[in-house]
Ligand binder design. Structure first.
Ligand SMILES: [Ca+2]
Ligand SMILES: [Ca+2]
Ligand SMILES: [Ca+2]
Ligand SMILES: [Ca+2]
Length: 432
């Protein structure tokens, strides 16, 4: 009897401790939860989720501008129409953790701060403001001069915002930080444990698909270029989010180069493949030994760690111009749970209405995440992903692409787009 009592007391104490441990995250979740359950808007809209779920999203928001400082200046006005439209999409879906691609980076994080203050926090048309307490951004390889003639057009351009500069930069961009990335989160970010791979050299990946000239077989890049050339066209980030009950989920963020704008050597097709391969290797410890981060720490993700690969990966599993195996490296990985594919009715409708290259696609149009040119192609593609690790249970998923009879289709629209040529993709995971 006495023993049973003691056991019960211990269990009660343990339960209390566990409750206390989870309480701050739960309270914080509810704190940011107002406006969550605003009713259904149809398939793929993100119609709110409970406290047992965490919503991850990726959105290529096309918040890039032609010159350095321009995005921050636009956002500072508080009246940038595109930014308001992007913000309303985010408010409709209400992700807990959100990666934005194509968001110009500035060293002070001014644009990211202004987007929160003057757009995300402001209600739109009945959509409540959304306040992310945590934010992460870091430098991007886009628009950083390499000093080399990387596109082999005969000139090494080093003056930002001049013709040919972007093609000779470490990643395509007219100025440092153009097309950068930013993460917004309602859950704490373990900033001191973030790993970045901005400077990892492409040639340091074993069996990298380094391009060669098809006619001569000569390497496209010189030895001197390969010694400096970075793999990541923007950056690759491993961001631990304290989202679970005591355990982190690692957001693996990137934006691989489009597999286009290159020549017969297919340098961008191959780079896109290897930028995606980086994550496929990173989540398999026995294949990640070659990886080093910007602090010089070697190796991949800790075995068994939960992760979510997110971003515009510029690779469709069936269609488009990319390497046929590029996205399969993740979709077919034993470490990745790719069973639930986000869809929208708007994507299916758009492919039917727009025809052109879409009629030749073998991928399901409801899975498309970007509305690209159709005649000539590539047509609408599935290029934006939220891919959880195996073992994370998916509760719901969608692509924010309303059909034309939905009032919210004003947010996505048709070319020229009021927000972006990409659509927000979201996934609800069971909180562990
Ligand atoms: Ca050049
Ligand atoms: Ca060269
Ligand atoms: Ca299209
Ligand atoms: Ca398609």
């Amino acid at each position: 009897m006495r023993s049973t009592t003691r056991t019960l007391a211990l269990l009660t104490a343990l339960a209390t401790t566990l409750t206390l441990m989870t309480a701050p995250a739960a309270a914080e979740y509810r704190h940011g939860d107002h406006g969550h359950h605003h009713g259904g808007h149809g398939e793929g809209h993100g119609t709110g989720h409970g406290a047992a779920e965490i919503r991850f999203a990726t959105f290529n928001a096309s918040l890039n501008r032609a010159s350095a400082g321009e995005l921050a200046a636009d956002l500072a006005t508080g009246t940038d129409t595109q930014a308001h439209t992007v913000a309303e999409i985010i408010q409709r879906v209400r992700p807990d953790v959100l990666l934005l691609n194509e968001f110009d980076y500035d060293a002070r994080g001014r644009a990211a701060e202004l987007f929160q203050e003057k757009y995300l926090s402001v209600p739109h048309e009945g959509a409540a403001g959304i306040d992310y307490r945590y934010r992460y951004t870091a430098p991007s390889n886009t628009g950083i001069a390499s000093g080399f003639d990387l596109d082999n057009d005969g000139v090494a351009v080093t003056e930002p915002e001049t013709a040919g500069y972007g093609d000779d930069a470490f990643g395509f961009g007219a100025f440092p930080g153009q097309y950068g990335m930013v993460v917004y989160s309602r859950y704490p970010i373990a900033t001191d444990k973030v790993r970045t791979f901005q400077k990892f050299r492409w040639a340091d990946m074993p069996d990298a698909l380094l391009p060669t000239a098809p006619d001569t077989g000569e390497p496209f890049y010189s030895a001197a270029e390969l010694a400096r050339l970075r793999l990541s066209s923007k950056s690759h980030w491993d961001i631990p989010i304290r989202a679970g009950r005591g355990r982190s989920v690692h957001l693996l963020a990137s934006h691989p180069t489009p597999p286009s704008f290159d020549g017969p050597e297919q340098r961008n097709v191959k780079r896109n493949h290897d930028e995606i391969r980086f994550w496929a290797d990173y989540v398999r410890p026995w294949r990640a030994g070659y990886i080093y981060d910007d602090e010089g720490q070697r190796g991949g993700l800790h075995p068994g760690a939960a992760f979510v690969v997110a971003g515009d990966l510029n690779a469709d599993p069936n269609d488009g111009d990319g390497h046929p195996d590029a996205i399969a490296q993740l979709l077919d990985s034993r470490r990745v749970n790719s069973a639930v594919v986000p869809t929208s009715a708007g994507g299916a409708e758009a492919a039917q209405a727009q025809q052109g290259a879409n009629t030749d696609h073998t991928g399901a149009p409801a899975q498309d995440t970007a509305d690209f040119a159709d005649t000539p192609g590539p047509g609408n593609l599935r290029v934006d992903y939220v891919l959880p690790s195996r073992g994370l249970a998916v509760r719901d998923a969608g692509v924010f692409w309303p059909t034309s009879d939905d009032p919210l289709s004003r947010l996505t629209g048709s070319y020229p787009f009021p927000s972006s040529d990409h659509r927000l993709v979201w996934l609800d995971l069971h909180r562990r």
